[in-house]
Write a protein that binds this ligand. Structure first.
Ligand code: PEP
Ligand code: MN
Length: 449
């Protein structure tokens, strides 16, 4: 394999080892789909991407907070107005809770409108004694546990593109067209959450915001401003399928730089962050904000190399390190990383993913996570940052606006035996709307000035 740092092009990743790529059965069909994608309009625009980067630069210094969340894996069959609205609603609620407590802007980034490809620990799984290929996300194959269902089909990438476009269209309408106006905070409460302790806390806060707006109105401060009536919402997904990401990469006419226009922010997963791997090579050349998942087995030197390769100019807002160590390992790994980064003066948004290293299989056989473990990793994340004098800049969650039973615990104390009731995820277990709001209230206590 070529040594890293030869000249970057949007296809130079092909000279490196690309892990976790589907074994597409038909090269010609794949090439046709990628050529079609390359002709289609970008999903997001360079100007929006730059705005996100400016916001993230503020999260580096603690002057903003990153809230990133959504499905582990978006399901094509569930891309509809209700689900998009419910996910947006809970993210807006969480953002309000955090903004109010932290007195700083909250940057809202969905794992949405393109989170359709999944890395897997194993290439195959055993279904009733038959070994079949693993599910790799709706943009690659289907959940149907048959050999045929698991065959990669490049046309699914085109379908993913169109579904991402229609999701984005609705998100833009909701966030720009008045739905997200701060005068409507009370209306974002989900029916099934409203009567819970979390719902009531939220309602109290919403009333305070209403009062503040009414007060401004009364004394003549204009309240029909975009600051109150609109909000910015950004999209993100794991940049896993490099062919797709390459096809969505465009030269920006303003700056002359290359942007991956499939989403505002892209991240490199724990399984594909090799210093000399194709994912790192591809992402080093696009100008989007980039996240890197950092797990418990990461080596300090590798993380430093990644930072140097992906952000050679130490630009603030370019790089977010999404740590996912697990509640038992965060203590042993995070402090050294923070000390080294501080010593080097790296500009990093430190974000906590308290989900991925706290997963286990429940007695019922469901893959789950315990609310208390999630909270415990978040609390340790904040405490360690405080102790090291560094900035806890964000949170990365798998969550949904739906009333699912996928993670145990939380205010309603979902039990192992209840997981089967509404276990709807196609991949990892998500916090439901109430549990998500509860996390936001807990973080609110930690980010209060
Ligand atoms: C994910 O975010 O769904 C994921 C697979 O995470 P990680 O790469 O951290 O394991
Ligand atoms: Mn996941």
């Amino acid at each position: 394999m070529a040594a890293i740092q030869t000249e970057w092009t949007k296809s130079s990743w092909k000279n490196y080892t690309a892990l976790q790529q589907p074994k597409w059965p038909d090269q010609q069909k794949l090439d046709k789909v990628l050529a079609d994608l390359a002709e289609l309009p970008p999903l997001v625009f360079a100007g929006e991407i730059r705005t996100l980067k400016e916001g993230l630069a503020k999260a580096v210094t603690g002057d903003a907070f990153l809230l990133q969340g959504g499905d582990c894996s978006e399901d094509f069959s569930k891309v509809n107005a209700t689900n998009i609205r419910e996910t947006l609603k809970v993210l807006l609620q969480m953002a309000v809770v955090l903004t109010y407590a932290g007195e700083k802007p909250v940057i809202k980034v969905g794992r949405i409108a393109g989170q359709f490809a999944k890395p897997r620990s194993s290439d195959t799984e055993n279904v009733d004694g038959v070994e079949i290929a693993s599910y790799r996300g709706d943009m690659v194959n289907t959940l149907e546990p048959t050999k045929e269902g698991r065959k990669p089909n490049p046309k699914l990438m085109l379908k993913g593109y169109y579904l991402a476009a229609s999701t984005l269209n609705l998100l833009r309408a909701f966030t720009r067209g008045g739905y997200a106006a701060l005068t409507r905070v009370q209306a974002w409460n989900h029916e099934f959450v409203a009567q819970s302790p979390m719902g009531r806390s939220y309602d109290r806060l919403a009333r305070q915001i209403d009062q503040a707006i009414n007060f401004m109105n009364t004394i003549g401060v204009p309240t029909d401003t975009p600051q109150l009536n609109q909000t910015q919402f950004f999209t993100s997904h794991e940049a896993l399928l490099l062919g797709y990401e390459e096809a969505m990469t465009r030269v920006d006419s303003t700056s002359g730089g290359c942007y991956d226009c499939s989403a505002h922010m892209l991240w490199i997963g724990e399984r594909t962050r090799q210093v000399d791997g194709a994912h790192v090579e591809f992402l080093r050349g696009v100008l989007n904000p980039i996240g890197i998942k950092i797990g418990p087995t990461s080596k300090l030197d590798d993380v430093k190399r990644l930072i140097e390769i992906l952000n050679p100019d130490n630009e603030a807002g370019r790089l977010t390190l999404i740590t996912r160590f697990g509640k038992n390992n965060i203590e042993t790994v995070l402090p050294a990383l923070l000390r080294e980064s501080k010593k080097e003066g790296f500009n990093i948004v430190w974000s906590c993913d308290p989900m991925h290293a706290n997963t286990y299989t429940a007695e019922s056989g469901h893959k789950t996570r315990n609310y208390n473990d999630i909270l415990s990793e978040i609390s340790r994340f904040f405490e360690i940052h405080w102790a090291e004098g560094t900035i806890p800049g964000g949170i990365h969650l798998e969550m949904t606006g739906d009333n699912v039973t996928e993670c145990i615990g939380g205010a309603r104390n979902i039990a192992d035996a209840e997981l089967h009731r509404r276990y709807n995820t196609s991949c990892d277990p998500r916090l439901n709307a109430e549990q998500s709001l509860e996390v936001a209230f807990q973080i609110a206590d930690m980010i209060k000035r």
